[in-house]
Ligand binder design. Structure first.
Ligand SMILES: Cc1cc2nc3c(=O)[nH]c(=O)nc-3n(C[C@H](O)[C@H](O)[C@H](O)COP(=O)(O)OP(=O)(O)OC[C@H]3O[C@@H](n4cnc5c(N)ncnc54)[C@H](O)[C@@H]3O)c2cc1C
Length: 495
């Protein structure tokens, strides 16, 4: 039966949910507090430079393909995907450079030059990560994991084979002798905002996803995905209202009844799908007496993923040493993660990621210029770091000096556009829990079970989607959260 559905937020999870429900014939209204679609996937265009401000890498292409197919469309009519080669250029302070590619022979050729002792281990590690994917993906990623029944695909014999007890770092150190490769493989834990020194080795599955299943750029920039999802929603009849802040989810006898906006208007709904961060949804959008405080604290006390400090530079120059994706490693990785996750202060010698999309997409910067998206992992918001414009500028200056030392000569002198996005802005703009950028952290063996479920266990008609819910952060997982929430919603409908 056709239902009236309210969706809060036009992030990846909200848009994917709205499209799926509208394709099934429901009447869907979506409210977004900012002026545009995409949430953390956004863009800035300034003085001839174009920057993505959020994601720069798309993995698990089959997830977006399935989303469009389930909505009766072909994703290739909306988006053009390009494999990136090399996948990433890694740089170390001693001048060592590693171009990691999806092509195994090319990569082994590179490894032979700086870590010949680990060529065989590299191949073995990919086999190990592939095995983890086979044992975990069905149960922990592709499945709603709403009830114990959803564990049916997990073989008992596999429970102790998913490497949940050592940390990412312990396993990687056991596999590789080379400090360079150790650092490369530990970095994958940051793809969902975790520390390799705390997260279970199961997270090594991410290496398989990028290195074996493929990593893609979207022609025109990753923001094209948000535009394509918005177009899909509109074509399917979703009513989208921007600059519309939802302040309350209304309920009647433990059942959702509708939504209230900041302007005081109310809307009735048979079900509400919240793409607002799960912590924000439980702490701020529901009246205090709707869920007992002990139950509520399960969601409000949850540890967020790390946040990020973003600096966007439009530079009147190109740098031959930069590829599309680039990493400049800090000297002491363990100290860096202790600073982020334990001391919760800014890393003194941070690892720097640069997406230089003008390398692949000439239109993103004026001729002879570069658009550099720079991301530093930063602690989620606490009173230890108070973000001000001055702090952003000072920390940005430190990064620029570091990059100059790495060989990006006279970077400072050639900058003509400079923007910063701090963790505080990720909270202020998108309401993400303490400014986190990938939802909840995976710094615990049981993180997969602790993530907020896609259907609230306490209220009928309330569903949660997006990176802060099951199965986790990142574009494909936020899209999958929508698939799971809609699957559970359909299960709950009376015939
Ligand atoms: C700098 C950065 C780099 C990243 N890099 C990658 C990458 O390379 N690859 C990758 O896969 N992922 C990456 N990610 C993660 C990815 O962007 C996120 O996991 C994903 O976009 C989150 O989508 P979401 O559905 O959780 O929605 P969000 O992006 O959190 O959007 C939620 C939306 O809801 C709106 N909203 C919230 N509350 C309300 C309310 N009360 N009323 C109305 N609207 C509301 C917000 O304004 C927002 O638009 C990156 C993220 C960042 C920030």
């Amino acid at each position: 039966m056709k239902k009236n559905i309210g969706v809060i937020g036009a992030g990846i999870g909200g848009l994917s949910t709205a499209a799926r429900l509208a394709a099934q014939g429901h009447k869907v209204k979506l409210w977004e507090r900012t002026e545009s679609a995409g949430g953390k996937m956004n863009q800035i265009i300034k003085n001839g430079y174009r920057f993505d401000t959020g994601p720069s890498l798309l993995t698990m292409l089959f997830v977006i393909e399935k989303l469009f197919k389930d909505c009766g469309r072909n994703v290739n009519d909306y988006l053009s995907f390009e494999p990136i080669n090399p996948l990433c250029r890694y740089n170390w302070t001693d001048g060592t450079v590693f171009d990691c590619s999806a092509n195994l022979q090319q990569t082994l050729g590179q490894i032979a030059a700086f870590a010949p002792e680990d060529c065989e281990e590299y191949v073995k590690f990919l086999g190990y990560a592939a095995d983890l994917y086979q044992k975990t993906a069905d149960t922990f990623i592709m499945n709603p994991l709403q009830t114990i029944k959803d564990l049916k695909n997990l073989k008992k014999s596999d429970v102790f084979k998913i490497d949940a007890f050592p940390t990412v770092s312990t396993r990687v150190d056991r596999c590789f002798k080379s400090e360079y490769l150790r650092q490369v493989f530990k970095r994958f834990a940051t793809y969902n905002g975790s520390s390799p020194y705390l997260a279970p080795a199961t997270i090594n599955v991410i290496a398989y996803v990028e290195l074996c299943l493929g990593a893609y750029y979207v022609k025109g920039g990753l923001y094209k995905i948000a535009e394509a999802l918005e177009r899909l929603c509109l074509e399917l009849g979703v009513e989208i209202t921007y600059n519309a802040d939802i302040t309350r989810i209304t309920t009647k006898e433990k059942t959702v009844s509708g939504l209230e906006l900041a302007d005081g208007s109310t809307h009735k709904a048979d079900a509400v799908f919240s793409n607002s961060d799960a912590t924000f949804t439980y702490a701020k959008l529901l009246d205090a007496d709707v869920i007992k405080s002990k139950k509520r604290s399960r969601f409000t006390d949850i540890e967020p993923s790390c946040s990020g400090f973003v600096m966007l530079l439009g530079v009147r120059k190109t740098f031959p040493q930069l590829k599309h994706h680039n990493i400049f490693f800090g000297r002491d990785y363990e100290k860096e993660f202790a600073e982020i996750f334990q001391r919760k202060v800014l890393p003194e010698d941070p690892t720097i990621y640069i997406a230089n999309t003008s390398y692949s997409d000439a239109g993103h910067a004026p001729e002879g210029c570069s658009n550099l998206f720079i991301l530093i992992n930063a602690p989620y918001l606490t009173d230890k770091v108070v973000w001000t414009e001055e702090l952003s500028r000072d920390y940005g200056d430190l990064i620029i000096k570091k990059l100059e030392k790495f060989g990006l000569e006279n970077l400072q002198e050639f900058i003509e556009v400079r923007e910063h996005i701090s963790p505080q802005e990720f909270y202020d703009r998108y309401r993400s829990n303490r400014g986190s950028i990938y939802g909840t952290s995976s710094n615990h063996q049981f993180s997969a079970f602790m993530r907020p479920r896609n259907k609230s266990p306490y209220l009928d008609g309330l569903y949660l989607v997006g990176g802060s819910t099951h199965p986790g952060g990142g574009i494909p997982l936020a899209m999958l959260s929508a698939d799971h929430a809609v699957t559970i919603f359909n299960r709950n409908q009376k015939p």
